[in-house]
Write a protein that binds this ligand. Structure first.
Ligand SMILES: NC(=O)c1ccc[n+]([C@@H]2O[C@H](COP(=O)([O-])OP(=O)(O)OC[C@H]3O[C@@H](n4cnc5c(N)ncnc54)[C@H](OP(=O)(O)O)[C@@H]3O)[C@@H](O)[C@H]2O)c1
Length: 355
């Protein structure tokens, strides 16, 4: 186990370094001046590719258990299979893994963390901390604010998710289909089951036996885990739309006590990382094109839910960049949290050192 120090520069591996999320993670480590002594970018193969980090070119290595020797922190973003195969090996070698895949999120032994919501859960890790699904991530800071103030009874979320959430191939597919359409040709679909250009696909991830997609189910169960509300009633419809970057969500919430839209806007504005943009008559509300490239969660169109007449229903619109707060920013924020609080080592090792 590498020795614990709050300010020591760290050897940091990024698994999936050539992907959309991995690339964003590397840029954020530099932007946020995370203390990195050595960056180890890893991908499926080492074939001469390089990433740029703090103005230097760094060769991409091949992911393997031995690639984690001497690594303090490993940011994984290469899919669940890679995380299943390599995250335990990285943790055994003394790295803290922050995993962006769905592999460990619902494991009771693995904290699932959004620093603005449940930072203290990170202290309990045993070598792996999970980063939530992008659609869950932008939702829970707002739900937490409402739950603390007026209690949550029921949440219904409909997502409008960008193609970058599927990865680099999907971004290329949308670009290609737009060009095909402009040239008067039929678009060809390969990443998605249908053309995504000029369409809306109510299918994200595989379908479960109960008719929900796995993406929808992730929003339901991950929200409950992060908020520590195991019985919260949540439903979701997840839809892929022809937007390049940033996910949008229409959210309907039923609360235990009454709440006005003005009070909700005040509560939302007080959450770190949340920006209220809510002046519909001036056409001001959160937009994917505006949120893209930003780290904040944007919320607007806050209104009393017309389907309730007792003041206990709210509707609002939430937008955030899925590659940043929805993935890379949150992962780097978790890294900042654990180093700042001295939680890099697993909880058991810290307890042993203290006794
Ligand atoms: N995009 C989002 O908004 C988002 C949000 C939250 C979570 N996620 C999750 O993050 C992961 C990556 O997403 P992405 O958008 O960055 O995908 P992407 O652009 O398709 O990139 C995939 C990355 O994974 C690497 N990889 C593939 N197979 C590998 C293997 N066997 N060993 C090591 N690395 C391997 C690829 O390396 P090569 O270049 O060598 O193939 C590439 O670096 C996915 O699990 C996704 O579900 C994505």
């Amino acid at each position: 186990m590498p020795s614990e120090s709050r300010n020591r520069p760290l050897t940091v591996a990024v698994v999936g370094a050539t992907g959309l999320v991995g690339d964003t993670m590397i840029r954020l480590l530099a932007e946020r001046r995370f203390p990195v002594s050595e960056l180890r970018p890893l991908a499926s193969r080492a074939d001469g590719r390089e990433v740029t980090f703090n103005g230097r070119n760094v060769p991409v290595g091949q992911s393997s258990p031995d690639a984690f020797d001497g690594v303090d922190l490993a940011l994984f973003s290469a899919g669940a299979d890679v995380s299943a195969a390599l995250a335990p090996a990285a943790a055994e070698r003394g790295a803290l893994v922050i995993d962006n895949s769905a592999q460990w999120r619902m494991d009771p032994a693995v904290p699932l963390v959004v620093p603005e919501v449940n930072a203290d859960d990170a202290a309990l890790h045993d070598g792996i901390i999970a980063n939530p699904n992008c659609s869950t991530m932008q939702l829970v800071p707002l739900l937490k604010a409402l739950d603390e103030a007026v209690g949550l009874e029921r949440v219904i979320v409909d997502t409008y998710q960008s193609v970058s959430g599927t990865g680099a191939d999907a971004v290329a597919e949308l670009e290609g289909q737009v060009r095909e359409h402009a040239a008067g040709r039929e678009p060809v679909a390969s990443v998605y089951p249908h053309p995504i250009a000029f369409n809306a696909l109510p299918e994200i991830d595989v379908f479960r036996d109960d008719g929900y997609s796995k993406e929808e189910w992730k929003v339901i169960v991950e929200s409950r885990k992060i908020l520590h509300l195991p019985d919260l009633r949540v439903s979701c419809t997840a839809v892929r739309v022809p937007v390049f970057f940033a996910h949008s969500e229409a959210v309907h919430v039923e609360t235990t006590e009454q709440i006005t839209p003005d009070r909700a806007r005040e509560l939302f504005a007080a959450v770190p990382g949340v920006v209220v943009e809510d002046d519909p008559t001036a056409h001001r509300y959160p937009l994917a094109t505006h949120a893209a490239g930003r780290d904040e969660v944007f919320v607007g169109r806050v209104r009393a839910d017309a389907s309730r007449d007792d003041g206990r229903g709210l509707a609002f619109w939430v937008v955030s960049d899925n590659l940043r707060k929805g993935a890379a920013t949150n992962a780097v924020q978790i890294a900042e949290l654990v180093t700042r609080r001295g939680w890099l080592a697993p909880a058991r090792a810290r307890a042993g050192a203290a006794s």
